[in-house]
Design a protein around this ligand. Structure first.
Ligand code: GTP
Ligand code: MG
Length: 190
């Protein structure tokens, strides 16, 4: 895996000559950290505890045949409103207009479940006919006995979205849970 480029406008996207997957989700949900865990590189994607860390669409090449795309977060971000509005607009254009986007992983904090901003993004993906898959993050922060409740909430929300892929992946970038599963899903997309 290598970093290819950071994109700030649709015109800057690389040629759509190969399949790509993207990681979307609320600010601070763990998108960049998950990309690091998937690639086994500690800091190929920049992560931080400040919501709004990723402000561009960051492209990573996975060999010659796939792109991994780290997206800016939506929802609350610790950045000026004018800047946030700009990247939100770009995010929406990207999610609705990228022909080579094979699957969007929608990351959801396992402590919080699906929020209304997630619903907005999922509905956008429905309208754009982009298959998306829910990935719960930070599973290490949720006790075993509380996991079933959040899974049930996510499952019932997904059932209302035609573009949702039914399997939910529970992950912890910290502990490594779900990382191999997600790698296999990405490798298996054509
Ligand atoms: P933006 O780029 O701001 O939208 O955020 P992001 O979704 O890329 O989040 P990022 O990967 O920067 O992670 C946010 C914070 O959550 C960091 O402090 C991470 O260390 C932490 N974090 C991410 N994944 C996990 C996880 O699986 N477990 C725990 N305990 N912390 C995590
Ligand atoms: Mg990020």
């Amino acid at each position: 895996v290598d970093f290819l480029k950071g994109v700030v406008a649709m015109s800057g996207l690389p040629p759509d000559d190969r399949a790509e997957v993207c990681f979307a989700g609320r600010s601070n949900v763990g998108k960049s950290t998950l990309i690091n865990a998937l690639t086994g590189r500690k800091a190929i994607a920049r992560a931080s505890n400040t919501p709004g860390r990723t402000q561009e669409i960051n492209y990573f090449t996975l060999g010659d045949e796939r792109y991994l795309v780290d997206l800016p977060g939506y929802g609350y971000a610790n950045a000026p409103l004018s800047v946030v509005e700009k990247w939100q607009a770009l995010l929406k254009q990207y999610l609705s207009g990228r022909a080579s986007l094979r699957r969007a992983f929608v990351l959801i904090d396992a402590r919080h479940g699906v929020k209304s901003v997630d619903e907005e993004i999922m509905s956008l993906l429905d309208r754009s006919a982009v298959t998306f898959q829910a990935v719960l993050t930070k599973a290490d922060k949720v006790k075993e006995k509380d996991r079933e409740k959040v899974l049930a909430q996510v499952r019932s929300r997904l059932a209302t979205h035609p573009a949702a892929y039914p399997e939910i992946v529970l992950t912890s970038s910290e502990k490594g849970d779900g990382i191999a599963t997600l790698r296999a899903i990405i490798a298996g997309l054509d």
